[in-house]
Design a protein around this ligand. Structure first.
Ligand SMILES: [Zn+2]
Ligand SMILES: [Zn+2]
Length: 1037
């Protein structure tokens, strides 16, 4: 027993070490690829830059207040900022030529901006307000307050609400005695704890809730404006954004919401003083489906409306120029008389600094001064950033210095202003470029590390090392892994590049030292292996082409179908050639075997073809029409509710009923063992709860209820799943032994009930012992022994599938069923192929590359099938709220985990189910004896999976080789996407296509590694339990 456990552990150690080393390589590459911006902890202060001509101050004619301005005389005393989340530019435009009947729900609903601009062209302006991607609210708030540019990796930190430590406008205001009142989204409270003099914050967490935040803001806004104790009011409305997430922009609710916002803006304008500046702005836009996060025009083009009775803008230009969102920070700072935050890269909107009381000459000076201060501040930041050891592109830096010199040379004020403007624009451009810069050496060493681990995995699969695995090799592999990780930890202070190459050398040395064991003994690739491998390698090479990545869902479906069809063709060929040689041509297509083949193939083809219903459109797929699967039940029109509910519950029921039927057929749900009772009840109960929960959600949404009950069902399901999995891991046997007394009565070892199969597989084993025992009166009857190995896994998968459906949402339950069906059909075809062609158990239990390719393609297909795309806007954020009520009650990890589960459900399911690939042929041959190939000896194989329990070494070897092949293919895909990101790092589409593709694949690999390890560990646990059960039985006999 101890030996079994020990050897089982060795298998896990091998897989763990390979996974770990791969992960280290991947991390190394990512660290070089996804560089983050260095934050400088300095703050700007009043004394940094002084108004060069102090006598100039008194002339502006504006009264000095709260100690006057810092760098220059502030034109405004107070500011009101209305932040309407996701206010897209075209939501704010007014198009008089559109008739009321022709307008879309989001058009012409905010006429206030157009009217004010028309009435007061010198006091108001409306322009596009360009966000920098990623367009998530958190990143935008950081950009809007610090004036700095986000870096790519910031996108994934959306859930990690953390205090802003970099110099920012809120801190500058507070430091200089301005009182800031905040209303609305509680994200502000997390970003700036303790800064606001007064606050009314509401949870932004529930995107389904359109009204709580807005109503809260509106109920306090008038009262707050009437108080005298503020200089800045920030009111953050969330309704428009949440309406987008829930219904999309094309929904009557959006019209209502925008009209409400219009009313709010009107009221604020009516209650404004003359020396107050009003800014109405969106932090980002939204796509046609109401999402945001990416960098499409619809997402980055928000609206900005500026108005003050005291403003004096120059005559409006013919075209409104877009304003960058970072420009808000210097504009706000200078117009309120506080220093511009240290790291701000924005360019002040100099026209907003000019008020009606100034003469033309004063106005010109005011603009000039604003820009000059702005240039000095940006230059100081660039210099400080360079002094930290960062370098700029030589040509751009040189050009900046030239521009600065030119500005000082210019005699005319206008000429200087142009040069200042150019300087600021170029500085921002340069920073955008350097923050998209990579550590090439680190990326290279990460790639090398991954490549050598891939080589090691490939050699392990094909060498004799797996056949008779030596303990000392495994020990050394473990030591190698530990050393590499120690090096990794050390390199945190020495730099990663040297570490990367050192680790690489170590791995190569290890392989060289074990070359005897790692020599490839024989490479016999058959057609069934070569063709899928060729197809998969096309898929891998496709990572280098942007148009290929865009249509990857189509390509993967095609490859999957090709692999499945290849199985059918080769099987048919096999049958025909055999029949031909035996001269019996007649019954080729009529027998059970070919009928099963055909059915399995047809089912797989239909399921793969149907997957198109659930695909999500990428922005680049112009031809693609979004389906309704992504819309939750509550978002659908009323008349579709019943239809949707039915089409969601039915697949869920089937996804549970089919595996349950299988377990019943195998006899694994008999008796009263704890595991059996759970497997009989938990999946069914959970699926009923899911159906109930969908109904609750729909009712709640229709009647705007806030039922406490909507978090209870998911939590019960999570808990039940955890218990189910934990219990099955402890007592994994799903078999039932009739007591010997009963067996004596019904002497023939076949049950009276023909519907339950009673494999009397233990017979042969018992006979072996009976010879020693001479008389054996007690031969037990055991239900479900022949599938004892896979049954527990199937029982676990059943309940995992229910959780996956729960998190995927009601629209996608059909997709999960399709995934389960295609997986089952693939297992069937692969098992049939094995049964037809194998000569012995050893061959039968080793699935080979063809099965790994099939499983690998299926995992990627499943990713697309469940409505995903490797782009950030395509993430299903709604999954974060399944069973989670508010941000306060749980940390950030629960929502992140749920979104992860939603995104990577196919990688998780297929990784866990990988051991089924090994045991499927044996299970099938027992349950359907007519499918057994003639080449396999009848008596042996009737013991089914128990054969592998008796031959643990064979089981370990084939589990290891299957897991390694599967991991090899997944890692090869990640390697190719990394290499593509490396080679194409200057490609126009890098941040749009290649980088997100890499990130999604990399996380997918991590999920795969973890789930393969878990699945393997579980199967080995079942094997050990079955083996010890057998030993006990033999002793008892
Ligand atoms: Zn937002
Ligand atoms: Zn949003």
């Amino acid at each position: 027993m101890w030996m079994t456990r020990h050897r089982n552990c060795e298998v896990l150690v091998v897989i763990f070490c390979v996974s770990e080393l791969l992960t280290v390589g991947l991390l190394l590459f990512s660290h070089g690829f996804l560089l983050t911006r260095q934050v400088i902890p300095s703050n700007s202060s009043c004394d940094d830059f002084r108004d060069p001509k102090p006598d100039h101050r008194g002339e502006t004619g504006h009264p000095s207040h709260t100690g006057g301005g810092c760098w220059m005389m502030p034109p405004f005393r107070k500011t009101i900022i209305l932040l309407i989340d996701a206010l897209r530019y075209d939501f704010a435009l007014y198009n008089a030529s559109l008739k009321d009947d022709d307008t879309l729900p989001y058009q012409n609903k905010m006429p206030v901006f157009g009217e004010i601009v028309k009435q007061h062209p010198h006091q108001a302006l409306l322009s596009p307000f360009m966000a920098d991607a990623p367009t998530t609210t958190m990143q935008r708030l950081k950009g809007l307050t610090t004036g700095s540019l986000p870096t790519f990796i910031d996108a994934s930190l959306n859930f990690a609400s953390e205090e802003i430590e970099e110099d920012n406008i809120i801190d500058q205001l507070v430091r200089h005695g301005r009182r800031v009142t905040i209303l609305g989204d509680d994200t502000w409270g997390g970003l700036f704890p303790g800064r606001f003099s007064r606050s009314h914050l509401y949870s932004s967490f529930n995107v389904m809730d359109l009204h709580t935040v807005d109503r809260g803001v509106l109920s306090h806004l008038g009262e707050e404006m009437g108080r005298g104790d503020w200089e800045v009011i920030v009111a953050h409305f969330l309704g428009v954004d949440h309406c987008g997430h829930r219904y999309g922009p094309n929904h009557p609710q959006m019209a209502t919401k925008l009209a409400q916002m219009n009313e709010a803006v009107l009221q604020v304008i009516a209650g404004m003083d003359n020396d107050t500046l009003l800014l109405v702005l969106g932090d980002h836009g939204m796509t046609q489906t109401g999402d945001h996060g990416g960098d499409s025009r619809e997402e980055v083009e928000a609206a900005l409306f500026v108005y003050s009775p005291a403003l004096h803008l120059p005559s409006p230009p013919v075209h409104t120029l877009p304003v960058a969102q970072v420009d808000l920070v210097p504009t706000l700072a200078l117009s309120l008389g506080v220093p511009v935050p240290f790291s701000s890269l924005g360019k002040v909107m100099e026209d907003v600094l000019v008020t009606a009381g100034m003469s033309a000459e004063e106005a010109e000076k005011q603009r000039h001064l604003g820009l000059h201060l702005n240039v000095q501040q940006v230059k100081r930041y660039l210099t400080a950033y360079r002094e930290l050891g960062n370098s700029y592109p030589q040509d751009l830096w040189h050009k900046l210095e030239l521009l600065e010199g030119k500005a000082l040379e210019k005699s005319s004020v206008g000429g200087q202003r142009t040069a200042f403007s150019e300087y600021l624009t170029l500085a921002k451009l340069m920073c955008e470029e350097i923050w998209a810069r990579f550590d090439v050496q680190e990326m290279l060493s990460g790639l090398c590390l991954m490549l050598s681990v891939l080589l090691m995995a490939g050699l392990l699969i094909h060498s004799s090392a797996l056949t008779d695995i030596k303990t000392h090799i495994i020990k050394r592999l473990l030591i190698l892994t530990v050393v590499v990780n120690l090096l990794f930890a050390l390199s945190l202070s020495f730099g990663f590049v040297i570490f990367g190459y050192a680790a690489n050398v170590l791995i190569l040395l290890w392989m060289y030292a074990h070359r005897q064991h790692l020599t490839v003994s024989q490479l016999d690739f058959k057609a069934i292996d070569c063709i899928p491998l060729l197809l998969v390698s096309f898929l891998l090479l496709g990572s280098f082409s942007n148009s290929f990545v865009v249509v990857e869902n189509y390509v993967v479906a095609f490859i999957l179908l090709s692999c499945i069809t290849l199985y059918l063709l080769l099987l048919m060929l096999e049958i025909v050639s055999k029949k031909l040689s035996s001269g019996k041509m007649l019954k080729v297509f009529g027998n059970a075997f070919s009928v099963t083949c055909g059915t399995g193939w047809a089912a797989a083809v239909v399921c793969v073809r149907c997957s198109g219903w659930f695909w999500r459109c990428r922005e680049e797929q112009h031809w693609c029409l979004p389906g309704q699967a992504q819309v939750p039940l509550s978002g659908l029109p009323q008349h579709l509710h019943n239809w949707r509910y039915f089409t969601s519950v039915l697949p869920l029921a089937l996804a549970v009923w089919l595996p349950r039927r299988w377990l019943l057929l195998c006899g694994n749900l008999n008796g009263s063992r704890v595991g059996v009772v759970l497997a009989r009840t938990v999946p069914v109960a959970c699926s009923v709860l899911v159906a109930v929960w969908w109904a609750i959600q729909a009712v709640m949404a229709a009647h705007n209820l806030d039922l406490w009950g909507h978090v209870i069902p998911p939590r019960v399901i999570y808990a039940a799943t955890a218990v189910h999995v934990a219990v099955l891991a402890c007592v994994p046997l799903l078999i039932y032994e009739l007591p010997p007394a009963a067996s004596r009565k019904s002497q023939p070892l076949v049950s009276d009930n023909p519907s339950t199969l009673i494999p009397h597989l233990y017979k042969s084993l018992m006979e072996k012992y009976r010879t020693q025992n001479s008389k054996g009166p007690t031969i037990p009857i055991v239900y479900g022994l022949a599938t004892g190995l896979s049954a527990s896994m199937v029982a676990v998968l059943m309940v995992v599938v229910v959780v996956v459906v729960l998190v995927a949402g009601d629209g996608l339950s059909g997709a999960v069923l399709l995934l389960v069906l295609v997986a089952a059909a693939s297992l069937l075809l692969q098992a049939l192929w094995k049964l037809k062609t194998c000569h012995n158990l050893k061959e039968l239990a080793r699935p080979g590359w063809s099965a790994a390719c099939l499983w690998f393609t299926l995992s990627i297909h499943g990713f697309y099938l469940t409505g995903h795309q490797p782009t950030f806007p395509a993430l299903h954020w709604s999954a974060a709220f399944v069973g989670v009520e508010g941000a306060q009650s749980v940390g950030n990890w629960a929502p992140a985990l749920l979104v992860g589960l939603n995104t990577y459900s196919s990688y998780l399911l297929l990784g866990l189910a990988l051991p089924l690939v090994v045991v499927a042929p044996l299970a099938l041959s027992v349950v359907f004896p007519s499918l057994r190939g003639s080449r396999l000896e009848g008596d042996e194989i009737s013991r089914g999976e128990f054969l592998l329990v008796e031959e643990p070494d064979m089981l370990r070897e084939s589990l290891m080789s299957t897991a390694l092949s599967y991991i090899f293919l997944q890692a090869a895909k990640v390697f190719c996407t990394s290499l593509a990101a490396f080679v194409l790092r200057r490609h126009l589409m890098l941040w749009k296509i290649f980088a997100p593709h890499f990130i999604f694949e990399a996380v997918g690999l991590i999920v795969t590694l973890l789930s393969v390890l878990a699945g393997l560990g579980f199967t080995l646990r079942v094997q050990a339990a079955l083996a010890s059960w057998g030993e006990r039985l033999v002793k008892a006999a």
